[in-house]
Design a protein around this ligand. Structure first.
Ligand code: S3P
Length: 168
């Protein structure tokens, strides 16, 4: 029997990687993270890729990785917050997978990303403004492809995983 994929989407700081790793353990499936995959393949950090190739270059690499991983079976996949921007990615992610939108308020996203230098889009004077604008643009896209929407503001990762498991 083929096992479906479980794909985590949502903004930076929603906990996609932490929750993805825990969910993979619970389901006894391998865990992949699209950003880590890009870094491993290029041997470069996400900020360096943004510096050298711009956001468009990064998005091309992200699209290639997502297409490849969504073509496999039985993975838990955490995606970057902007992966839903491209229609090709949304289509690939929707195909035969459970797509879980981890929702987080801007306040919580900010608290969880405050000291992180690894997110080029947040290296600005006003990350709160950036996160607010990104969420306004992306929230409808997350909702468009989500099978499940889970609130992460009020629950620790283990509880989020238990909640996801109840729906599966
Ligand atoms: C991005 C989110 C990041 C990473 C890149 C761009 C975004 O991933 O893909 O910095 O556009 O929201 P996380 O959501 O895992 O932080």
């Amino acid at each position: 029997m083929q096992t479906r994929n479980y794909i985590l989407i949502g903004p930076m700081g929603a906990g996609k990687s932490t929750i993805g790793r825990l969910l993979a353990k619970e389901l006894a499936l391998p865990f992949k993270d699209s950003d880590k995959e890009i870094e491993e393949r290029t041997g470069a950090s996400i900020p360096l890729i943004f510096d050298v190739e711009g956001e468009a270059g990064f998005r091309d690499r992200e699209q290639a990785v997502i297409a490849e991983l969504c073509g496999q079976q039985g993975l838990v996949l955490a995606t970057g917050g902007g992966a839903v921007l491209r229609a090709e990615n949304r289509q690939a992610m929707r195909q035969g997978a459970v797509v879980i939108y981890l929702h987080a308020s801007v306040e919580h996203q900010l608290a969880r990303t405050a000291r992180d230098r690894n997110r080029p889009l947040l290296q600005t004077e006003n990350p709160e403004q950036v996160l607010t604008a990104l969420l306004a643009l992306r929230d409808p896209l997350y909702r468009e492809i989500a099978t499940l929407i889970i609130e992460t503001d009020t629950r620790p990762p283990r509880m989020v995983v238990q909640e996801i498991m109840q729906f599966l």
